[in-house]
Ligand binder design. Structure first.
Ligand SMILES: Cc1cc2nc3c(=O)[nH]c(=O)nc-3n(C[C@H](O)[C@H](O)[C@H](O)COP(=O)(O)OP(=O)(O)OC[C@H]3O[C@@H](n4cnc5c(N)ncnc54)[C@H](O)[C@@H]3O)c2cc1C
Length: 437
């Protein structure tokens, strides 16, 4: 009688989940030591930290998307399209929503999938804190579709202005939240304003595109060291971006934003980039422990607190560790954390397949880099040799880009990644600087 293979199911093929499924496929799937299945609500993977570039048009998402089916075929795992909506821990089964077409017709009915080990890696979305009018009047930057919607809306404003043939037309853009996403997006939008005018959409002059960042805290980039915040603040101001700190948005309307201190910010295009929360369905998922932003609480092994066979990684996991001095650190919702957790879980799940134990996660903060479009990049690098070193300009940009290249190496290996770098370089010379459609 043949023994049934261990079934490892990874839900969410993002920055962490796709790296994990790929590595497990190569290590366990290929040798038929386990059956690896990746489930994702989308059919293609797009690396989330590039979304602000898609929103501004600096990047065409089609050029960097990856088919899950193809990646699964190349790396010895299965791919099942579908959105997870339920979990039965007693029977070790997850439930997927039915898949419907654009008219709402059911294409695939609801399904169940059995697992021996389940890894939940479903990421996060922006947190609008139930602010009045935010859902109706803001655009968000949580998925490729939403980023493309921002880009189309921006272009529509320009096309409308162009057809109106009026003098001195203005465009007021508000970005709510001055974390890395809001800051990087603002710089990209400023670049887009310059490029659009260059390509002939010049009814709105670049200096008439008023970009305002609204932040509830005292300073932009609150999670980063003060010296980086100050350097980025200075650069953004020089670009003409207005920064309003200590301003909490109380209501978003069609015309603009009301803040708690009673001011009104006129807005034509409003993007919500503040805060994060894990998907709602995790809140009541078979009694698993969650925190106030729906993240699954995990132990240092990344196992959920109440179930050894269920793991969580990346933005949807709340992982608190002790550093060398015995102080507790909460792992930040960042691609580099998801990447490191995927590496750890690869080792743990491979060890377990051979009868070993789960391993504990240790987080290495390699620093943070903020890209201000083509203008500059600023950040700090943390390493054994460099210590905590501030970097700016071309060097910072190089390290910033290398984070994406590391993700590509994890998915495709070094040779294919080198080919992709070359392809990107060549295609840059043959297309406009900005996506214009
Ligand atoms: C604009 C922007 C810029 C950023 N820049 C940086 C940066 O410079 N550096 C950095 O370290 N981090 C950055 N981040 C944060 C980084 O993108 C996230 O921390 C990282 O993507 C988290 O990885 P993840 O695997 O947890 O989730 P994600 O990469 O978000 O992937 C989640 C996956 O789960 C799928 N999914 C969701 N719900 C379900 C469901 N119910 N069923 C099935 N599948 C589901 C989604 O389709 C998606 O594929 C940025 C984020 C944004 C938005």
């Amino acid at each position: 009688m043949t023994q049934q293979l261990r079934r490892i199911v990874v839900v969410g093929g993002g920055a962490g989940g796709l790296e994990l499924a790929t590595r497990l496929g190569k290590k366990l799937g290929k040798q038929k030591r386990a059956e690896i299945t990746l489930v994702d609500a989308q059919r293609t993977h797009f690396w989330k930290p590039l979304l602000h570039e898609v929103a501004a048009g600096s990047l065409n998402a089609f050029e960097d998307e990856l088919s899950y089916l193809a990646q699964a075929k190349w790396n010895h795992f299965h791919f099942l399209p579908g959105r997870m909506c339920g979990l039965d821990r007693d029977n070790k089964v997850i439930t997927l929503e039915p898949i419907c077409d654009e008219k709402g017709q059911e294409v695939v009915p609801s399904r169940e999938l059995e697992y021996d080990d389940l890894v939940i890696a479903v990421g996060s979305t922006a947190n609008d804190f139930n602010t009045l009018g935010a859902k109706e009047h803001c655009l968000f930057l949580d998925s490729r579709a939403e980023a493309e919607k921002i880009h189309t809306t921006l272009l529509n404003h320009y096309l409308h202005a162009q057809s109106a043939k009026k003098e001195a037309q203005e465009l007021n853009i508000s970005v709510i939240g001055a974390g890395a996403t809001g800051v990087e997006l603002s710089a990209e939008l400023h670049n887009a304003a310059i490029e659009l005018a260059r390509y002939g959409l010049d009814a709105i002059k670049p200096n008439k595109v008023n970009i305002t960042i609204i932040e509830g805290g005292e300073r932009i980039l609150p999670a980063l060291p003060l010296r980086i915040t100050s350097a980025v603040h200075k650069q953004l101001t020089e670009l003409g971006v207005t920064i309003k700190t200590n301003q909490i948005v109380s209501e978003v309307t069609k015309e603009g934003l009301n803040t708690k201190d009673g001011s009104f910010i006129e807005t034509d295009l409003c993007i919500w980039a503040a805060g994060i929360k894990a998907p709602e369905f995790l809140k009541e998922l078979s009694g698993l422990e969650t925190n106030r932003i729906n993240q699954l609480v995990v132990r240092p092994t990344l196992q959920t607190t109440l179930d050894d066979s269920i793991y969580a990684l990346g933005d949807c996991a709340s992982c608190t560790l002790e550093d060398r001095k015995g102080q507790s650190i909460t792992i930040p919702p960042r691609a580099q954390a998801a990447h490191q957790q995927a590496e750890l879980l690869t080792k743990s799940l491979c060890a377990q397949a051979l009868g070993g134990e789960s391993m504990s996660f240790t987080y290495k903060d390699y620093g943070s880099l903020i890209s201000l479009s083509r203008f500059t990049a600023i950040g700090n690098l943390m390493g054994a040799v460099t210590g905590d070193m501030m970097v700016e300009g071309a060097l910072a940009k190089l390290f910033y880009i290398s984070l994406y290249r590391m993700h590509q190496i994890a998915l495709f290996g070094r040779v294919k990644t080198a080919a992709l770098v070359l392809k990107d370089f060549i295609s840059k010379t043959t297309r406009p600087h900005l996506k214009l459609h």
